[in-house]
Design a protein around this ligand. Structure first.
Ligand SMILES: C[S@@+](CC[C@H](N)C(=O)[O-])C[C@H]1O[C@@H](n2cnc3c(N)ncnc32)[C@H](O)[C@@H]1O
Length: 311
């Protein structure tokens, strides 16, 4: 090998090792808002009429779970499908920020709510403040609260809103040839919807990326069924349904060879009736940034672990 070629390799390795700017991700930092043709010349936060902070949501896991999963996926490109006011989006974005490698989070949501937001039967006939869509003339305006929250949480540089359906978001990012390190699925929870979301988004995952989802629990049987089917249908994936409250996540088995120090990969207990894809790998975090320790906002420090057992 000539000295010139060696120097070139060293230079390329050096360039690739550089962290990206906030709002940029991917191996060569080329993925950003500008990857989406329409947003190339448009900043969604420009001229925003800031609303007061209103960051309610349903994050039932410790904030540190997001940091650990972002670290596991080594994520600089992430997507959240189902964003609402941006609680989990802000935690994902802060995790990327704290990993110090830059990053971009595409936030895909119609901001029109899901069936349980419109049908008061789900909230015993009374309006539910957590699901208040901030209707103006019958049309939800919560999108502007979400944008404002991202500004208040100081993560607007990282978060790119894509106000569209899950299917359109997947199609748009596929056409932009974006490979995603971490995908968080938390949109509609009916069986057909989550099944479709898994099918739409899995092909966009980077090789050792993490597909993460919410609400693997009794109250959402459709989510449990779709995730159990994923474990059976794709045995090359390791599907994990315990350890992070009601979160589940899936990753190629071949990528689990070297788990980070704070994520154990202990084998499933022989006595339990587990699917080949379901394991119990959780150990409490050992080394996390201070910001993730003893957070007041961690609503449930002892999350109920659901469903390592298949129905
Ligand atoms: C449970 S909330 C998301 C909560 C959020 N991840 C958090 O933790 O704060 C569900 C969101 O999914 C969105 N949604 C439902 N169906 C959707 C679809 N087909 N495409 C895009 N967004 C959808 C709703 O508008 C709603 O904002």
């Amino acid at each position: 090998m000539t000295i010139h070629r060696l120097a070139m390799i060293v230079w390329i390795a050096h360039v690739l090792a550089q962290p990206c700017e906030p709002g940029f991700g991917g191996p060569d930092c080329s993925v950003s808002r500008r990857s989406i043709a329409l947003l190339r010349h448009h900043d969604p936060y420009d001229g925003l009429k800031l609303r007061p902070p209103r960051l309610t949501g349903w994050s039932k896991v410790a904030d540190s779970a997001y940091f650990k999963l972002i670290s596991l996926a080594n994520a600089t490109v992430a997507v959240e499908v189902g964003v609402w006011r941006g609680l989990s989006a802000s935690l994902l974005a802060k995790s990327m920020r704290d990993c110090g490698k830059g990053g971009v989070l595409f936030a895909v949501d119609t901001w029109l709510g899901a069936i349980e937001f419109w049908n008061l039967r789900f909230s015993h006939g009374k309006p539910d403040p957590a699901r208040d869509m901030e209707l103006i003339n019958g049309y939800p305006s919560v999108f502007y609260t979400f944008l404002s929250n991202m500004v208040h949480e100081n993560v607007s540089k990282f978060v790119v809103p894509l106000p569209m359906t899950s299917a359109m978001g997947a199609s748009l990012l596929a056409r932009a040839r974006v490979k995603i390190d971490l995908i968080h699925l938390d949109a509609a929870h009916e069986y057909g919807d989550i099944k479709q979301d898994i099918e739409l988004w899995l092909p966009l995952l980077a090789r050792c990326g993490v597909l993460l989802g919410d609400d693997y629990m009794k109250n959402w049987p459709g989510v449990k069924r779709a995730v159990n089917e994923l474990a059976h249908e794709k045995p090359w994936l390791r599907v994990v349904t315990s350890g992070y409250g009601v979160k589940w996540y899936a990753r190629r088995r071949e990528c689990e060879m070297t788990p980070p120090a704070n994520i154990s990969s202990s084998p499933p207990s022989p006595s339990s009736r587990l699917s080949p894809g379901i394991v119990e790998p959780f150990k409490p975090p050992t080394s996390l940034p201070q910001v993730y320790r003893n957070r007041k906002r961690n609503r449930n420090p002892n999350p109920k672990v659901e469903g390592v057992q298949l129905d």
